[in-house]
Ligand binder design. Structure first.
Ligand SMILES: Cc1ncc(COP(=O)(O)O)c(C=O)c1O
Length: 428
């Protein structure tokens, strides 16, 4: 251990004493992370980790990407913060850039500091535009930690609010591996999507909010017809579609935004995480018509600050320059095909799903019940061998890969071979 680092034990002690206990961490034997370099992280002993979780789908351009860091440093030395009451250029340049890269007529942005704040703002905008109060969300969705977004969240683990809000209905998501209706795709005729009509036909709903691929829900990936059916129902009852792209945006799934896989344009799209490659930011974007309903003053003190906006512009530039969206698509297909190969021989693997470099492996016992203890052993085993992965899912049994988009095919081979080896050990 270098002398500058206090080490994991001392960090754990301070954490226990000074942090609110809700702030949890991974691993029985956690390490102190001290440095990052593209797809790698390093701990206090200088051990290298191949990061296949990317700070939970944030570091799409790689840890401390030199081209992003350089722009951030230049900006922070020049002008860090003024707030939006003064005119600065990076915020409007970023808004223009987002209008260019988001689908359809999405054009007008509002900047804030996190994904929760973006979803909260998107929900407010939907209420202002439709003059309706109610929302539909999904049981497997996660949308944030503010009062409203925690209630839009369906995942039980993240619904801590002791006094839940009314006016929010949660419907089953397109979780085909464990269908809420006990049906099988395609014979199901997408009952999960069609059920939305039963809910919104009362006419008092402002919006349906959904992640195109549900990240924390366990990389739940709807079938090809899902969003077309959803869009039709919402249009029929004048309910807005809010696509929460906080986790899926900026090349993560092999398209710039995941909703593009389904060829549907949302009314409002929210983003955060990878937008500025780890610099705190959040945003929602909508079309001219919907934006025109939000004219009363709205501001977020650090929203659109020059450093975060510059970091976002630099990140988008790197994603474009190095064709990281295509890379995500190609390496994601390669990773998925290799995972499907080992699925055939490893009974712990129940399902492999996702798109691009947003993939999940649902781990099961022989009777298809969630393999909850096993996933912790797998995560710990991967970490000991220098690989970081994630854990998601309603039952927290989905091993999740969301690496920086700068990985190589050798990295994919290493992860799959190591995982296969660990699984074979567990299955003995
Ligand atoms: C899909 C999704 N939406 C919203 C959020 C909340 O974002 P933040 O943690 O930046 O508030 C998250 C966070 O994990 C998320 O995954």
């Amino acid at each position: 251990m270098t002398t500058n680092h206090i080490g994991p034990d001392a960090i754990l002690q301070k954490k226990l004493e000074y942090l609110i206990p809700c702030v949890y961490h991974f691993y029985k034997k956690p390490m102190q992370i001290v440095r990052g370099e593209m797809q790698y992280l390093f701990d206090h002993t200088d051990k290298q980790y191949l990061d296949f979780y990317g700070g939970v789908s944030v570091m799409n351009a790689g840890h401390c990407n030199p081209e992003v860091v350089e722009k951030i440093c230049e900006q922070i030395r020049t002008l860090q913060h003024t707030t939006a009451i003064y005119l600065t250029q990076p915020m409007v340049d970023l808004a223009e850039k987002l209008a260019q890269i988001t689908p359809g007529s999405l054009k007008r942005s509002f900047f804030c500091a996190s994904g929760s704040e973006a979803n909260d703002g998107a929900a407010l905008l939907a209420q202002l535009y439709t003059k309706k109060n109610k929302f539909v969300a999904t049981r497997q969705g996660l949308h944030g930690r503010t009062k409203l977004t925690m209630n839009l969240t369906g995942l039980p683990m993240w619904r801590t609010d002791p006094n839940p809000l009314g006016d929010i209905v949660h419907i089953p998501g397109a979780y085909c591996y464990r269908c809420a209706y006990g049906l099988t795709y395609p014979r199901c005729d997408l009952q999960c999507a069609r059920y939305l009509e039963d809910v919104v036909k009362s006419g008092d709903f402002a919006a349906f909010i959904i992640e195109p691929i549900q990240g924390n829900g366990g990389i739940i990936t709807p079938p090809p017809e899902y969003f077309t059916i959803i869009r039709k129902i919402l249009d029929k009852y004048n309910v807005l579609l809010i696509a929460d792209e906080v986790q899926t945006g900026f090349g993560r799934t092999g398209e710039m935004f995941a909703i593009e896989h389904w060829n549907v344009v949302p009314d409002i799209m929210t983003m955060a995480k990878a937008l500025a490659n780890g610099t705190p930011i959040g945003a929602f974007i909508t079309n001219d018509k919907i934006a025109s309903s939000y004219t009363r003053p709205g501001a977020s003190t650090t929203g659109g600050n020059p450093v975060s906006a510059t970091a976002a512009l630099a990140t988008i530039n790197v994603i474009k320059k190095y064709q990281l969206v295509n890379k995500s698509k190609d390496l994601g297909s390669y990773l998925k095909s290799k995972l499907l190969e080992i699925k055939d021989k490893r009974r712990l693997i129940g399902d492999v799903r996702g798109k691009g470099l947003m993939l999940g492996i649902e781990l099961i016992k022989d009777d298809k019940t969630p393999a909850i203890e096993e996933i912790d052993n797998i995560l710990e085993g991967l970490k000991d061998r220098g690989i970081l992965a994630g854990k998601t899912g309603v039952s927290r049994n989905v091993l999740t890969f969301q690496p920086p988009l700068v990985i190589t095919s050798d990295d994919v081979d290493r992860v799959v071979d190591t995982l296969d080896d660990i699984l074979s050990g567990l299955e003995k």
